[in-house]
Design a binder for this molecule. Structure first.
Ligand SMILES: [Zn+2]
Length: 199
C-alpha cells in the first residue's frame, strides 16, 4: 500500500489507543478474560477507530498490529470496509461490525471477551416464556463499579444490573442484528452477553 498511514499507530504516549490496546489485551489475558487469539478490543478517539487484529495472541500484540478505520464510517458491506491503516500480514477482526454498531450508539471503547465467567452465566440464564433472556443481579457490592447508564452515575448496592443475552451464530459478524436490537432495547446496558460465546 503506497500510503498505509503507519504514523496513526506510532506514538510515545502510553495512552494512545495503538499502545493502550496491546497493553489492555495483555492485562485481559492475565485476568483470564481472553485466551489465545479469542476476543477483541477497540477504542474510538476523535474520528478514528483503533481495532485489535484477528489471529494474534492477545498477550503478544504490538502497536504495529493495530487496524485503523475512519469514524463515522459509511455503511460499506463488510467485504468492502475501508481501513485507512492496516497491518499487511494480518486479517481484520470479525468483531468489527459489532464494534461499529456500539460506536454508532455512543460507545467510546468496546471489549469482546470469551471469558469463562460470561459463558457460564449464559448457560445458567434461560429464555423465559419465549422472551429474550436477560441476566439480572442486585445486592452485590461490586455492582457499584458499574454505571447506571450514560450520564446517570453509578449503580447502588440495591439497584439491579440488567445484561441482555443474545443467541450465538456460527459466524461472529452475523451477531450484528441481534446485538443492535439488544442495544436499542437496553440502552443503559454497558454489556451484551452472547450465549455459549462470551460478552
Ligand atoms: Zn468471539
Amino acid at each position: 500500500m503506497a500510503n498505509n498511514n503507519d504514523h496513526l499507530v506510532q506514538s510515545d504516549d502510553p495512552n494512545h489507543p495503538a499502545n493502550l490496546i496491546p497493553d489492555l489485551c495483555k492485562r485481559f489475558f492475565n485476568n483470564g478474560w481472553c485466551t489465545g487469539t479469542g476476543g477483541g478490543t477497540s477504542i474510538k478517539q476523535d474520528n478514528h477507530i483503533f481495532i485489535a487484529p484477528s489471529g494474534v495472541q492477545k498477550e503478544m500484540m504490538k502497536s504495529e498490529n493495530i487496524f485503523v478505520m475512519e469514524f463515522p464510517t459509511p455503511k460499506y458491506p463488510p467485504s468492502d470496509r475501508k481501513y485507512i491503516r492496516k497491518p499487511l500480514d494480518l486479517k481484520p477482526s470479525a468483531c468489527t461490525p459489532l464494534f461499529l454498531a456500539a460506536f454508532e450508539r455512543g460507545a467510546g471503547c468496546c471489549i469482546h471477551s470469551h471469558s469463562q465467567w460470561c459463558v457460564l452465566v449464559t448457560l445458567l440464564v434461560e429464555k423465559m416464556h419465549g422472551k429474550e433472556a436477560c441476566f439480572e443481579i442486585n445486592n452485590i457490592e461490586q455492582i457499584k463499579g458499574i454505571p447506571k447508564g450514560p450520564g446517570k452515575g453509578m449503580l447502588g448496592f440495591h439497584d439491579t444490573l440488567s445484561v441482555p443475552i443474545i443467541e450465538n451464530t456460527p459466524f461472529e459478524e452475523d451477531l450484528t442484528g441481534a446485538l443492535e436490537e439488544a442495544m436499542e432495547k437496553y440502552p443503559d446496558a454497558c454489556a451484551v452477553l452472547v450465549r455459549r460465546h462470551g460478552m
